[in-house]
Design a protein around this ligand. Structure first.
Ligand SMILES: [Zn+2]
Length: 154
């Protein structure tokens, strides 16, 4: 079941229509190929890093940010705003869930930098590099390092 955690006000985020924030653990696990919630805990994965953006088929919403745990997602406002701005950046920089488009990711990071400040996005990218190390995912580490240096060179 989808549980709507909240809505982003269109005015505050320069949106034509609201974006919903949905908690859906199964969708997040499926999107990242993680089979069981245990694996998240065993690997010490920060579930906020796994948030994804989905476009909406309904006329009421611009899209949805899907999060693993809504309460945790909201725990650190600075990080939360960086994730929100990055994800709504995907409205104008669309990507497929199963491929990596580094230019689109950097464009979205820049949205977060411009609108939510440097701290949140740098924290997000440092945490993502840590995640890559935890998972032994060299591609994730490499991409995140490129994204981080793009932001630090702005
Ligand atoms: Zn992204």
């Amino acid at each position: 079941m989808d549980c709507i955690g909240g809505f982003l006000c269109p005015d505050a985020y320069n949106l034509a229509k609201p974006v919903g924030i949905i908690e859906n653990k199964k969708m997040i696990l499926d999107a990242h190929g993680l089979l069981k919630p245990d694996q998240m805990e065993v690997n010490g994965i920060d579930c906020r890093l796994l948030s994804v953006f989905c476009t909406s088929l309904s006329d009421e919403y611009e899209g949805f940010i899907v999060v693993y745990d809504y309460e945790k997602f909201c725990a650190d406002p600075e990080l939360m705003e960086a994730i929100i701005w990055h994800e709504i950046g995907h409205l104008i920089n669309p990507v497929n869930l199963d491929s990596v488009d580094i230019d689109a990711e950097i464009a979205c990071d820049k949205m977060a930098y411009d609108n939510a400040g440097v701290n949140g996005i740098v924290t997000l990218l440092n945490k993502t590099i840590e995640l890559g190390k935890q998972l032994g995912n060299t591609l994730l580490i490499e991409i995140s390092n490129k994204r981080l240096s793009a932001i630090l060179n702005l």
